[in-house]
Design a protein. Structure first.
Ligand code: ATP
Length: 214
């Protein structure tokens, strides 16, 4: 199968980083193979889904052997572009933004926040988690090599900043503000509203309690 040209469903693609991280750990422990059961328990995805996901890229686990860790890793590296670092900008160095800058996705070595922006004079010129903070007015000057932006500004500022990012040629926005932003169809926006996620979890716990394992 010509793996490189196989179109992977979006739901599968979203799980790839999860698989990748776990397999990388196994690899550094010197493990050569992994069963779908083992994978399933580690990444909390049922093994039927894992088998279906893996079948899209030609990894057909052998019964009693499992999957070859090296093969899977080389596939993921290619697919996830692990060799190329995606440069990220963060806009809004408040509580959430500061936490991201300090975290800076160190476990995921193909994305790095290179630069941050804020409107508050107090923050300008600082480095947070090793990342320089620039004034939002100067955004366009620094956007040349930036592919992705993380938005952690107040909701009221989100659309205006999104418009400027689009104009500057951004490819993707990870929007942590509660505002739904409008962008051209060529720009991908992933929206993460932590308050809603938390509310949803509490709602599910109340209305759909999980059964204990027998
Ligand atoms: P958080 O919501 O992350 O907990 P916070 O409560 O500390 O942050 P917010 O009012 O949400 O503060 O603002 C987040 C950050 O966004 C602040 O550092 C603020 O200075 C910055 N900010 C506000 N408006 C803009 C803007 N138009 N452009 C860039 N940064 C902005």
């Amino acid at each position: 199968m010509d793996v490189e040209h196989t179109k992977i469903p979006q739901a599968t693609a979203k799980r790839l980083p999860l698989y990748y991280r776990f397999l990388n750990n196994l690899h550094s422990q010197g493990k050569l193979r992994v069963s779908s059961k083992e994978l399933s328990e580690a990444v909390k995805v049922d093994s039927a889904t894992i088998r279906r996901d893996f079948s899209y890229f030609g990894a057909l686990g052998k019964k009693g052997y499992g999957y070859n860790v090296e093969y899977l890793l080389s596939f993921f590296r290619k697919t996830l572009d692990q060799d190329e670092t995606t440069k990220v900008a963060l806009i809004g160095v408040g509580n959430l933004g500061t936490a991201f800058l300090n975290y800076n996705f160190t476990k995921n070595n193909n994305t790095r926040i290179e630069i941050a922006f804020d409107a508050s004079q107090e923050r300008i010129g600082e480095e947070v988690g090793g990342v320089p903070v620039k004034h939002i007015d100067d955004l366009e000057q620094y956007m040349k090599e930036i592919d992705v932006a993380i938005l952690t500004v107040p909701a009221s500022a989100a659309q205006g900043i999104a418009d400027r990012l689009v104009e500057a040629g951004i490819s993707g926005v990870l929007n942590f503000t509660p505002a739904r932003i409008t962008v051209p169809t060529s720009v991908r926006v992933h929206h993460i509203d932590l308050a809603i996620e938390l509310q949803a979890l509490v709602y599910f716990l109340k209305h759909y309690p999980l059964k204990e394992e027998e």
